[in-house]
Design a protein around this ligand. Sequence first.
Ligand code: SD4
Length: 318
Amino acid sequence: MKRRNFIFDIFSISLMSSLSTRLKAKNFNFTPMVRSISTWKTTEANLKAGLLLDKGIDGLTAAVEGVAVEEENPKNTTVGFGGAPDRTGKVTLDACVMNHLGDCGAVVAVENIVNVARLAKDVMEKTPHVMLAGKGAHDFAISEGYKQTDLLTEKSKEDWKKWLESEQYKPIINIENHDTIGMLCLDKNKNISGACTTSGLAYKMRGRVGDSPIIGSGLFIDNKVGGAVATGLGEEVLKTVGSFLVVELMRQGKSPHEACEAAVKRIVSSNSQENKFQVAYIAMNKDGDVGSYSIEPGFTYMDYFKGENKEKITESAF
Ligand code: SD4
């Protein structure tokens, strides 16, 4: 057994056994083909998507409703409600979605709306456009019946005020400081869709947008080949059009793991890593095989398959 697989298995055992017991106890029937993967330890979000897929729900709906769990979770400081603000104390959210037909939608720099992945899906389905920004995206949300919510929690306000004392901004995401959720869902019709949603880098400049809402960088899907999503320092993912690169590498015959590794190494080869930063990809191919790779150790992702929701460790460049 390869060391990597061994570690995966050890890591997954407790989570698997408790979840499978839960599912068996409920006499649950899983759909063998469907699969959902998501960045970081987004256990409940990935489980939500997996269970929707098992019920026969389409991949796009499963992904959007799965990531909504993190958008609504105040403890996740990189997504939605409770996300860290920019330097001026405003929480601004970015998200995108893409389906198996190659249709996509995105919103950037949205304020006071929690479920921005759902909003990106609405942009895709209800407007002639792919991307809406700032006030325009917000006004569209209101016209579609979204409610306004102050996204800055007491805790994130406190943390921001503490940060203001030094105002030291390092464009670094270290491995403890992110949990942006990107998710890929393979549904019972063998169609892959995905969603990516974030509040971006903590204490970013006002107006800064990263990779997460940019189709090809934060997320890309070609249903003939597979899909990929990114997390980490968005500037580096943008410079290499990371998720598109991963999908193109799979098209050339690489496995999801090999494609993620090559895309990460493309970034590593043009950076000294004097200032450490993290970038990680997860990917799924048309056959439902999955893989991942990260620059720094510590990245994990969730994998829902055959009724089990496992946390998996990723190999890293360093
Ligand atoms: C960004 N890629 O805005 C996002 C940040 C991230 O976990 O992934 N954080 O650059």
